[in-house]
Design a protein around this ligand. Structure first.
Ligand code: SAM
Length: 429
């Protein structure tokens, strides 16, 4: 815990009786503190761990902690880890939470009114936008203003003191991130729209009744069972598989692999690409029966069946085939809770020849905190998804060590990808 009084967020209390000698108040002292909101106004006694004095103010700085968790010190809060939150920090957190909800609603409204298409040909004034969309003038202008506050829209000049004139002269365009998300030719825009469609259905469930156990209408099943849902999952995957494979190829030398087992390898999009580019490689895709049928059909059509094999099975219950020099999980483990992942890693260990490598390519919770919140929240109503499916690196490391693997390389997510690639090895003997 810092005792630096210049730290902007440090708490202070008025303490005129002792403020001239802060050092004397060190150590053994305790002070009555008001506990956090959970316990109302009950007072507790917490050790004072540091007193310092801000020379610029007639205040003594009090740093304290309490094993019970958050403690209010004067106007500030010391949380369980010892970090200090000023009243401003708390206020900011509150509004950050609400702004998250506002951003989401504004974002979906922007898409519902299809501003990406409207603004594709160039920036527009609010008068043009509102006329085109048949919006109420007063509300519509406020909507555009809120969109600019979030950065979803950008105006060419700041708002003036004459809203009426601005309406005819100030021009709006999409913010850079949204423009990129939905620009023509960005293959990922399909995924953004699709995920949002799924996400909105999940958001429509009232969390209160869901958590009380009220049955969920139209629950998402995982793995999908209805043919249309299986097709949709694999369309999502097909659309994003090659970008993911390019990340894998940055970090894994597939030129040295002879027998590759791709567990949960989708409809074989990645397998076909590897087959085409690496003539030495033989690939086995292990997947549920329907995607294996898709894979076999594609492999037959492309003449790849001699080196691309599909094995149908359910990895929850079945063992994986054996005798490979590389086993790959790409975007598979992030769908499953640690208990099943641990079992899958043990199965992968048995599949590998001694010295064989395991490649994991997943978005990790600690490297993608917002992604983890969005997905884990969307899974709340759907019981097929387990607890803690987006896992941090530390958990992967632990599970790999437990299964007997030695990690040889970790390539964290970077600006080019959300995925982390972890390469590990089964010991040679
Ligand atoms: C998110 S997709 C990833 C596809 C591919 N690996 C990729 O990165 O493009 C997950 C894959 O795991 C497969 N899968 C899900 N549950 C499975 C299970 N119990 N047994 C075998 N495969 C399963 C799905 O059919 C799907 O192809």
């Amino acid at each position: 815990m810092s005792s630096d009084p210049s730290q902007a967020s440090a708490p202070f209390i008025e303490n005129p009786s002792t403020e001239n000698d802060p050092a004397a108040r060190q150590a053994d002292q305790t002070v009555a503190l008001e506990r956090g909101a959970d316990s109302g106004s009950a007072s507790v006694s917490a050790p004072v761990v540091a007193w310092t004095q801000d020379p610029g103010h007639q205040h003594a700085w009090l740093h304290a902690h309490h094993p019970a968790g958050s403690v209010i010190v004067g106007n500030a809060v010391v949380d369980g880890s010892g970090a200090t939150l000023s009243p401003g920090d708390v206020e900011d957190s509150f509004y950050q939470i609400l702004a998250g909800g506002a951003r989401y609603v504004l974002f979906t409204s922007l898409l519902d009114f299809d501003l990406p298409s409207l603004l594709q040909s160039g920036p527009r004034t609010s008068e043009e936008i509102l006329t085109w969309l048949h919006l109420d003038r007063h509300r519509g202008r406020k909507w555009l203003h809120a969109l600019t506050l979030t950065g979803l829209l950008v105006a060419d000049v700041p708002a003036s003191d004459d809203g009426e004139r601005d309406a005819h002269t100030r021009r709006f365009r999409l913010g850079p991130a949204v423009a990129r998300m939905f620009s023509a030719g960005n293959h990922a825009s399909y995924f953004y729209r699709e995920f949002l469609r799924y996400y909105r259905a999940s958001m429509a469930h009232a969390l209160y009744s869901t958590l009380r156990g009220v049955p969920v209408e139209y629950a998402v099943r995982y793995p999908p069972t209805a043919p249309a849902d299986i097709a949709l999952l694999h369309e999502w995957m097909r659309n994003t598989a090659l970008v993911t494979l390019s990340v894998l190829r940055r970090h894994v030398d597939f030129g040295s692999v002879h027998q590759l087992l791709d567990v949960g390898g989708g409809d074989g999009t990645m397998a076909m690409e590897l087959w085409r580019d690496f003539p030495q490689i033989h690939i086995t895709v292990f997947n549920l029966p329907t995607p294996i049928d898709m894979l076999r059909e594609t492999a037959a059509r492309l003449g790849a069946s001699d080196r691309v094999l599909g094995i149908p099975g359910d990895f929850r219950f079945d063992d994986l085939p054996q005798g490979y020099d590389m086993v790959m999980f790409s975007r598979v483990l992030a769908d499953w809770p640690p208990e099943l992942c641990r079992a899958l890693l043990r199965k992968a260990f048995r599949s590998l020849a001694p010295g064989g490598r395991l490649v994991i390519c997943e978005p990790l919770a600690d490297q993608n905190p917002d992604l983890a919140i969005a997905w884990e929240h969307s899974y709340l109503p759907y019981d097929d998804f387990g607890l803690n499916v987006y896992k941090p690196l530390s958990l992967y490391k632990h599970m790999l060590a437990e299964a007997g693997f030695q990690i040889t390389a970790i390539h964290p997510r970077d600006q080019g990808t959300i995925h982390c690639v972890i390469v590990s090895q089964k010991p040679a003997s």
